[in-house]
Design a protein. Structure first.
Length: 398
């Protein structure tokens, strides 16, 4: 019996669906699952930092004392005590009523995009910027303008020029602390200038701060939102200081914007997992993060130092890189004539993976850039991985 001819698909996808693209980072993680690959690619926290015992105890307490509420539907705004702890931990006065618990800070980007962007709206981003934000914004069909940036952050003259060049932008998206992908930190002087300029230009800021607690030697300057709370939406995350699989983050928004963000949240998922929220609130009691986060900082600083030393030992002098003062990433640039994306398969063949930098540019990409994560590989793996990567670069230098 002959197989029947497949009938035409009845599914017609929206034009918006065509704007959704697979995550380059998620696809790269598949490469790292090959046996023997040393991965500097994923932006994953080190599993060594997960407070397993504290979670075990917190889960038991929540189920013992509050099981029926913890397992029931919950308020879309989030668990009240957790919102209060978030507000109390921020370095400016925040009403807990302005805190919205989100399903990871990635959802905060999605909600902001839905509420603030119309088709062809202009938005501004740093150069380079977080790929996940570009993915969140893309289905809303904005015009994304990449503002020139240097090692201190956004170039203020370039920002003024961008805002004057066309329809005023709806907002600018920034990651001031230990940026993903570049690892850079915006200086105090640049933050002051950006905050003042944004206020002058009536340009709202969408400030993303998932890595801000992961400083090595001294805390970063205060957030942009602390300088102008009415002109900013602030995003934070529990993924980097507790555990990413909880999928819990938060946003802090001005009271005039908060109701629409809440409505977008209700349409998306009703509420973030109530059980997880109660467990996090329980873990955070009694100042646990004040004891726990310094251990993460110490581990990541030592990993950074190992990578910096390995790069100095093995890389050709034509390769350049920065020295991040916190976070999880280091930004490097290959010699002239090399393309990080084209070089990646050759690096994987030698047992090491990284993320090509081109995906992080909203405008013209710098194909020579790459992101290296130093937090999940061991010191011995960092040494071997950098050595292997250096060998691949030397083999292909012109």
């Amino acid at each position: 019996m002959k197989p029947s001819t497949p009938s035409p698909s009845p599914w017609v996808l929206s034009e918006r669906a065509a704007l959704m693209n697979p995550s380059v980072l998620r696809e790269l993680l598949k490469l790292t699952e090959q046996p023997g690959i040393i991965s500097f690619a994923g932006g994953l926290p080190s599993p060594k930092t997960f407070p397993v015992a504290e979670f075990e105890q917190a889960c038991a307490r929540v189920l013992r004392d509050d099981a029926h509420a913890a397992l029931q539907y919950a308020a879309s705004e989030g668990y009240g005590p957790l919102r209060e702890r978030v507000a109390a931990g921020l370095p400016w006065q925040v009403d807990p009523a302005q805190v919205l618990i989100t399903t990871g800070s990635q959802q905060g980007l999605d909600l902001a995009a839905k509420v603030l962007i119309d088709t062809r709206s202009r938005i501004l981003v740093e150069t380079p910027t977080y790929l996940g934000a570009l993915q969140a914004f893309a289905p809303m069909e904005p015009q994304v303008h990449s503002v020139a940036s240097d090692e201190e952050g956004v170039d203020i003259a370039a920002l003024r020029a961008a805002q004057a060049a066309g329809t005023p932008a709806r907002f600018m998206y920034v990651l001031p602390n230990f940026q993903n992908p570049s690892g850079r930190t915006m200086s105090e002087a640049r933050r002051a200038a950006l905050s003042a300029t944004a206020a002058e230009l009536a340009l709202p800021l969408l400030e993303d701060n998932p890595y801000g607690e992961l400083w090595f030697d001294q805390p970063p300057p205060v957030p942009l939102t602390a300088r102008d709370p009415a002109g900013c939406i602030y995003l934070g995350s529990f993924s980097k200081v507790l555990a990413p699989s909880l999928r819990l983050g938060y946003l802090v928004a001005p009271k005039e914007v908060f109701p629409k963000l809440l409505q977008a949240k209700q349409a998306a998922d009703l509420h973030s997992p109530g059980f997880n929220q109660r467990v996090v609130a329980e873990v955070m009691k009694d100042g646990f993060l004040d004891r726990h986060v310094p251990r993460i900082r110490a581990l990541y600083k030592s990993q950074r130092d190992v990578m910096l030393a390995a790069l100095a030992r093995h890389m050709p002098q034509e390769v350049s890189w920065n020295r991040p003062v916190g976070g999880m990433f280091l930004w490097a640039r290959l010699p002239a004539g090399l393309d990080a994306a084209a070089l990646l398969p050759k690096a994987v063949a030698r047992g090491v993976a990284y993320v090509p930098g081109a995906a992080f540019y909203a405008g013209a990409p710098d194909a020579r850039t790459l992101r290296l994560s130093f937090v999940t590989a061991s010191a011995e793996e960092i040494e071997r991985g950098v050595c292997a990567l250096s060998a691949v670069i030397r083999e292909h230098m012109v």
